[in-house]
Design a protein around this ligand. Structure first.
Ligand code: 3NM
Length: 209
């Protein structure tokens, strides 16, 4: 599946109870999320697999890539479109040995150097952040917005760069002015009183409406 689109949404079980994950996925997709990830830190692999099997068909119906966080084996078992890994999750070659050549594989990066290294290694896209400190990824300093233009120009001309971390509807204009083209927004969407409307707002801001 092709990797296009500007808004990457995440069903994060830090914000959504497992029994509400499908409803959250539907709401994010209804608003126009362009990619969807399941992130389930600390949950049993079987539960992540089961939820993935429920969310995947919703993504297929919407024509949106479904990405599993952290678990290449689960990604293969459920037949997801992609898998996302962190800096400490080994090499791309190690993941490719599990998932094959077709699957989308993304990497979290936390500095321009890591962003360039991920491009050189051959990842399909990167996350770049956290721009601002965020409870969703506690304990990491914000890296700021100063390097977005350079990373977007250098890495973003080759693979999508998704800015992430503490991005909310109210600071999105600032992030876009700093050069961001694509964003991941987690808590601001999942905790919005109307998730679908919040996604639509972000999509509209991203498209420059
Ligand atoms: N990864 P929110 S920041 C999951 O920098 C994640 O790699 C990050 O959530 C990174 O939109 C982050 O709620 C949290 O801040 C994003």
């Amino acid at each position: 599946m092709k990797l296009t689109g500007q808004l990457y949404a995440i069903v994060d079980l830090g914000y959504v109870k497992p029994e509400n994950a499908v409803t959250a996925a539907k709401a994010l997709l209804a608003g126009g999320a362009d990619l969807l990830q399941l992130r389930a830190k600390g949950h049993a692999e079987q539960d992540i697999e089961d939820l993935s099997r429920m969310i995947l068909p919703l993504c297929r119906e919407a024509g949106v890539p479904f990405i599993v966080n952290d678990y290449p084996e689960i990604a293969v078992r459920v037949g997801s479109d992609g898998v996302h890994i962190g800096q400490d999750d080994g090499s791309l070659a190690g993941v490719r040995a599990i998932v094959g050549e077709q699957m989308i594989v993304g990497r979290s990066t936390h500095s321009p150097e890591q962003a360039k290294a991920a491009l050189a290694e051959g990842f399909d896209y990167i996350g770049f952040g956290p721009l601002f400190p965020t409870p969703t990824k506690a304990g990491r300093p914000g890296i700021g917005i100063e390097n977005i233009i350079a990373v977007q120009a250098e890495v973003g001309s080759q693979i999508p760069v998704f800015c992430i971390g503490g991005i909310k509807r109210d600071n999105l204009p600032q992030v876009l002015s700093a050069g961001a083209k694509n964003v991941v927004i987690v808590s601001d969407l999942l905790t919005a009183p109307g998730v679908t409307a919040a996604v639509r707002e972000v999509k509209s801001a991203l498209s420059g409406d």
